[in-house]
Design a protein around this ligand. Structure first.
Ligand SMILES: C[S@@+](CC[C@H](N)C(=O)[O-])C[C@H]1O[C@@H](n2cnc3c(N)ncnc32)[C@H](O)[C@@H]1O
Length: 250
């Protein structure tokens, strides 16, 4: 009785605040990251599409769609979902860890799409790409042709592993626009060890691409870190290059 009353009260407060109802499937830490990211995009008048790499059952994706839906003057210019829809790939090298198993987090594309509808996302709002990132994100492939370079304003990277993140970064940084929010959901997995997981993939990419920089923006939960992606030009590459990694670690 008391719990029901509390839930009804929470529901009312969220309605008054213009937020969609929080369902069992929405995660407060991720919702916080999405909200602050959308606030930032709206305030800076940055338009663009939302893309999520590793969507599993579609819970964060649905939260992103629903949060944008209730805004008066903000819309994403498209929503894209990328996943194997077969769970994690074969694990090797730096990715071997008791937390992850090949095939874990499998959810079919059909089930994920049904979940989106159940979560209140209108059918057809999300364009999905099924396949391993090493295949679905190659230059000249369907996703590369259909999504313009520099058109993503919010990227959610959530595939947990070093190799998966390594495979998606070239596509991510080609498609993201300068100023885009880039949230790495698994930044602190693998004991936050920069020689493993997402951090290893990101630091390797940055070392090879001195023009790309990630400005620390917002930490969420125990696991995630959101950045703002910027592209440096000219002298700034040399000037900032040396302090960039320090900033990122900060
Ligand atoms: C932790 S789940 C994503 C959770 C989801 N973003 C959410 O918040 O509800 C990780 C997903 O990444 C996908 N994945 C991992 N490595 C992949 C790869 N190399 N190619 C395609 N999908 C991959 C898995 O299939 C899984 O659905």
């Amino acid at each position: 009785m008391y719990t029901q009353l509390l839930m009804a009260l929470r529901h009312l407060v969220r309605r008054l605040a213009g937020l969609p109802p929080r369902h069992a499937w929405s995660n407060p830490a991720r919702e916080g990251m999405l909200t602050i990211g959308i606030d930032y995009l709206e305030a800076n008048r940055l338009s663009g599409a939302y893309a999520e790499f590793g969507v599993w059952r579609g819970e964060t994706l649905a939260t992103a769609c629903r949060l944008a839906q209730v805004r008066q003057s903000f819309r994403f210019g498209g929503h894209y979902a990328f996943d194997s829809f077969e769970g994690f790939p074969e694990l090797s090298g730096a990715d071997v860890h008791p937390m992850f198993k090949t095939g874990d987090r499998a959810c079919s594309l059909e089930q994920m799409s049904a979940n989106l509808e159940r979560f209140g996302v209108p059918p057809g709002q999300v364009k999905s790409y099924k396949g391993w990132f090493s295949v679905s994100l190659v230059p000249g492939g369907a996703a590369d042709r259909e999504i313009a370079d520099g058109s993503l304003s919010f990227v959610w990277a959530d595939c947990d592993l070093y190799e998966s993140t390594r495979d998606l970064l070239p596509f991510l940084f080609r498609k993201a626009k300068p100023g885009a929010v880039v949230a790495f959901d698994d930044w602190f997995c693998f004991d936050a060890n920069p020689e493993k997981g997402v951090q290893k993939a990101v630091f390797e990419y940055l070392a090879a691409h001195p023009e790309v920089t990630l400005v620390p923006f917002h930490r969420f939960g125990w696991h995630g870190y959101g950045f703002i992606f910027q592209k440096l030009t000219g002298d700034a590459i040399d000037m900032l290059g040396q302090v960039r990694t320090g900033l990122l670690m900060g």
